[in-house]
Design a binder for this molecule. Structure first.
Ligand SMILES: C[S@@+](CC[C@H](N)C(=O)[O-])C[C@H]1O[C@@H](n2cnc3c(N)ncnc32)[C@H](O)[C@@H]1O
Ligand code: SF4
Length: 457
């Protein structure tokens, strides 16, 4: 990338959402009575609906100072065990509400650290899920794993219970970087984890890597990518560290002076991306890489890539059910989010209430704009005329947005062909895709005094 292009990209960097949903979570409304909204939506799921289930474990053994996830630290297993019992009651309640004709094609365990769940409890959860839902034989069952807590017993249980995709939180391999974020994780841990997973037949492995962490440099990131390549994961997510200390207080433990500059962050992303592409990976969306024969890469080539709360996915289930505190689900009517606060979640479950706390009802305009935003996030290119037609609009409804695109076009970061309606973010400008997507977001408060998002780069 030329220096000039780099400076142009940096000049347009601003605080924007990650667009795992539209509208984004800060715009969800409070639910007064979950029976009125959630239960009705579940009862109304169309015949034979394929479901995706997301189960959130909001616990970790140690706080990584960079962490932006919904989690709580505990050294004891008792709160986790207590929480698992609540989740199992929630699974039973959902099983009573979801019509029997629905099937489950995806299950995703996220966190926090779902790897904290002991093998015997994980088995119980899987059993409970299969008892309450028609889990398809070919279902994708994925779990986010912190290599620091992985044991052979757990891997054996994952394999035996049908887990077939693992996302490993690698983050970085540099000791100084890891020390600065309170995460001790030598290379050997990830190496052993990968070998163990292969031994048990779990070959769909992806790595989470972070750039923008304290003390990271181009050299350290290059070294981390090279080490990651030695382990040959099928997918790599290369997330930019979202530093939001005004929202996550523990991030104040990171000394701002140790954080790489904006220029350095962009250079790291570009360098790491180049190394991955040279190694044969395909760039997917704004921050993922996959081997060309991986379903994610195939979906990107076919134009069937999707984006949901877990990021980029091949999951095409039309409805998702969130289980556990803070989890978010979605059906044709809109999004539903469970209580974030664990005591409130517990109170709802013990009171035999579904713990839904927030929701949205998709408007026609939400669905229209979501098509544009998710199209850009997945493919970096959308046809605005086609999307307008699909939603019963004339292209003139986007006159203001098209006008706003001009400065990016003049800077050579995007192209827009008015006759064909094709809007494309140039490959080098990939890091500002979220900024372009935000042009179509009518909820975004651009003048907010209390920012809710991190910068794009
Ligand atoms: C729930 S965690 C993964 C599982 C496990 N807890 C672990 O850390 O290994 C999900 C991923 O979010 C990413 N992440 C966490 N905090 C972030 C932040 N502030 N900015 C960007 N990515 C972040 C990390 O790469 C992390 O692996
Ligand atoms: S990054 Fe993972 S292990 Fe670290 S605190 Fe966040 S959720 Fe827990």
């Amino acid at each position: 990338m030329t220096c000039d292009l780099q400076q142009k990209i940096l000049a347009f960097d601003c605080l924007v959402p990650r667009y795992t949903s539209y509208p984004t979570a800060p715009h969800f409304k409070a639910i007064d009575n979950s029976k009125d909204v959630y239960e009705q939506r579940l009862h109304g799921l169309p015949h034979g609906t394929n479901l995706s289930l997301y189960l959130h474990t909001p616990y970790c053994a140690k706080m990584c100072h960079y962490c932006g996830c919904h989690t709580k630290i505990t050294q004891r297993y008792a709160p986790v065990e207590d929480y698992i019992h609540l989740m199992m009651r929630e699974i039973d309640m959902l099983g009573d509400q979801v019509p029997n004709h629905c099937t489950v094609s995806h299950i995703h365990f996220g966190g926090g650290s779902p790897g904290m769940i002991r093998a015997c409890d994980f088995e119980k959860i899987m059993h409970r899920l299969r008892r309450n839902f028609a889990v398809r034989n070919d279902a994708e069952i994925a779990i986010e794993i912190d290599p620091r807590g992985l044991t052979e017993g757990r891997v054996a249980t994952y394999a035996a219970t049908g887990v077939n995709r693992i996302s490993l939180g690698v983050q970085d391999f540099n000791d100084r970087v890891l020390q600065a974020v309170n995460r001790e994780q030598p290379f050997s841990l990830s190496y052993n984890a990968v070998n163990l997973l292969h031994e048990y037949g779990i070959d769909d492995i992806s790595f989470d890597l972070l750039y923008g962490l304290p003390y990271q440099t181009a050299d350290t990131i290059a070294d981390t990518v090279e080490k990651a390549l030695l382990l040959s994961p099928r997918r790599i997510s290369l997330f930019g560290y979202a530093h939001v200390p005004w929202m996550k207080k523990h991030m104040r433990l990171i000394d701002d002076k140790t954080l790489p500059s904006k220029d350095a962050r962009l250079a790291m992303f570009t360098l790491a991306g180049r190394k991955l592409i040279e190694a044969g990976y395909q760039a997917i969306g704004i921050d993922h890489f996959a081997k060309p024969d991986d379903p994610l890469a195939i979906a990107a080539q076919n134009g069937t890539l999707r984006r949901n709360f877990q990021g980029y996915t091949t999951d095409d289930a039309p409805a998702m059910i969130g289980i556990g505190a803070s989890s978010i689900g979605e059906c044709a009517d809109g999004y539903i989010q469970n209580c974030v606060d664990i005591p409130l979640y517990k109170k709802a479950i013990l009171g035999s209430q579904l713990p839904a706390a927030k929701y949205t009802t998709h408007t026609a305009d939400d669905l229209f704009r979501r098509d544009i935003i998710h199209g850009l996030m997945c493919d970096l290119s959308v046809n605005l005329i086609d999307i307008c037609k699909r939603h019963g609009h004339d292209i003139t409804v986007l006159s203001n947005e098209i006008n706003d695109l001009r400065i990016y076009e003049d800077a050579g970061l995007i192209s827009y062909d008015p006759a064909a309606g094709q809007l494309t973010v140039h490959a080098d400008a990939r890091p500002i895709t979220r900024v372009i997507a935000a042009i179509f977001d009518t909820y975004l408060d651009r003048a907010a005094t209390q920012p809710k998002h991190a910068k794009a780069i």
